[in-house]
Design a protein around this ligand. Structure first.
Ligand code: COA
Length: 422
């Protein structure tokens, strides 16, 4: 049986947009979707008629439980005026958005469609945190993990402690990921937290002062993060500022066949690599310090693109918890196993470092509306490679290659894309 490892024809990314991420009591997933769609439409330099869109993929983990709304794809398709085009919901837990993107890539590469809308949406804040936690836990192996008391913070805490035991990783390394991603997120007006951890720390001190309470004597963000009152343990060693938040949000991207890309924009990006793999549930893996599906999917994407991890200049990776970013940078081959913590400590993954990771603020600071996150990652790469990321634009003027890495649950699914500006 042949597996060519090649796309049938070239696929270009010509537009990308997001809604504001956060907690919006008065909005539905439809409102958020329309907001993202209009943002995407405005990003297409030469304009286009939305009626040219021929097919729609919508990443959504659990509209059914979060919002009591299943079968969301035709509904959001209606709200952006695209009925009767085929609309498909894609569910792969937190990788739903990335897999929806891949479905669009495959649909165009197959030659069946020329123009595809790939998207994702999740409205998570209708439920209280306990019920969100239960809903998310449904993406684990419920028979063997959730039923034994595991939540997602708990599962990633297990990965974190295994990484600590094998490589000597310290809680400070996790904290450094949080500080970095909040620094980036502070520059992202669409993100959920528009504040650095330093800003949050100063606000806490001021609040204590205003209320006439003792003011904590924090010398640095690290002091703040080590204060159990400010940064409580959720599942040791993962504390509040190691977790992505509960988020409402949507993201949309427009994919077209390579040969028509320039009728949409003079500055298309090309998706030159796409890979996806699956793995056993966490409890069934011999080694939980890495995510094998990410290693396999990235290899597939690199081979398709004809690039190596060294060539990738920046990446949006799946940092649902700070440990997840460290593991991702190792699985993607940016750093050897066990070296991810050192890379963050030395600033290699900072916005002005040699390998900027999560310039958007990542899931940690920008927010993690689970079905939308994979597409929102592509939106950030679209902006960065085109030099449109504003104050968070990475200083390297010659950006050409970016990557997105989106994980479902603890790595039961991993999906990777490589983007090129020519
Ligand atoms: N990081 C930093 N601050 C956070 C935060 C996070 N992840 N989540 C909430 N906060 C802040 C809020 O802004 C609020 O601050 P304020 O008091 O200054 O206004 C405060 O913490 C309390 O917010 P609240 O919404 O009551 O928090 P919570 O205790 O209900 O939820 C978590 C906190 C960590 C349990 C929740 O965000 C969570 O479950 N995250 C993980 C989500 C997840 O598993 N996603 C899937 C990954 S695979």
């Amino acid at each position: 049986m042949a597996k060519t490892g090649k796309l049938g024809r070239g696929v270009a990314l010509v537009g990308a947009g997001v809604s504001k991420f956060g907690s919006f009591k008065d909005k539905t997933s439809r409102d958020l979707y329309v907001e993202a769609f209009l943002d995407m439409k405005a990003s297409v330099d030469k304009g286009f008629d939305p009626r040219d869109i021929q097919t729609i993929y919508v990443g959504c983990f659990s509209g059914d439980l979060f919002e009591s709304q299943g079968h969301l794809a035709p509904i959001v398709t209606d709200w952006v005026g695209l009925v009767p085009r085929p609309a498909t919901r894609v569910e792969d837990a937190c990788a739903s958005g990335g897999v929806a993107l891949r479905q669009g890539v495959l649909a165009i590469a197959s030659g069946l469609y020329d123009v595809a809308l790939v998207s994702g949406v999740e409205k998570m804040t209708n439920l209280p945190t306990e019920r969100v936690t239960d809903t998310l836990a449904a993406a684990s192996d419920v028979l063997y993990e959730a039923s034994a008391g595991f939540t997602f913070p708990g599962l990633y805490a297990a990965i974190a402690t295994a990484h600590m035991a094998k490589y000597g990783t310290k809680v400070e390394h996790f904290m450094q990921v949080g500080i970095k991603n909040h620094n980036n997120g502070a520059l992202n007006p669409k993100g959920q937290f528009n504040r650095s951890i330093k800003d949050i720390m100063l606000a806490r001190q001021k609040k204590c002062q205003d209320q006439g309470q003792p003011v904590p004597d924090y010398k640095s963000e690290m002091d703040f993060l080590k204060d159990a009152a400010a940064n409580p343990v959720v599942a040791w060693p993962m504390r509040l500022f190691d977790c992505s938040p509960i988020t409402d949000g949507a993201a949309c991207a427009l994919l077209v066949a390579e040969d028509i890309a320039r009728s949409f924009t003079d500055r298309p990006l090309y998706i030159i690599g796409s890979g996806q793999a699956s793995d056993y549930a966490l409890h069934g893996r011999p080694d939980i310090t890495c995510i094998k599906a990410s290693q396999i999917a990235s290899k597939e994407a690199y081979q398709m693109a004809g690039v190596t991890p060294k060539d990738i200049q920046l990446a949006e990776v799946h940092d649902c918890f700070t440990i997840a970013e460290i593991v991702a940078t190792e699985d993607l081959g940016f750093f050897a196993p066990g070296v991810g913590p050192k890379a963050v400590a030395e600033g290699v993954t900072a916005r002005d470092g040699a390998k900027p990771i999560n310039t958007s603020g990542g899931l940690k600071s920008k927010g993690h509306p689970v079905g939308a996150s994979g597409v929102a990652q592509a939106v950030e790469i679209f902006k960065q490679l085109r030099g449109e990321a504003g104050p968070r634009q990475v200083p390297n003027k010659n950006l050409r290659l970016g990557l997105t890495h989106n994980v479902g649950a603890t790595g039961g699914t991993s999906v990777i894309h490589v983007y090129e500006r020519r």
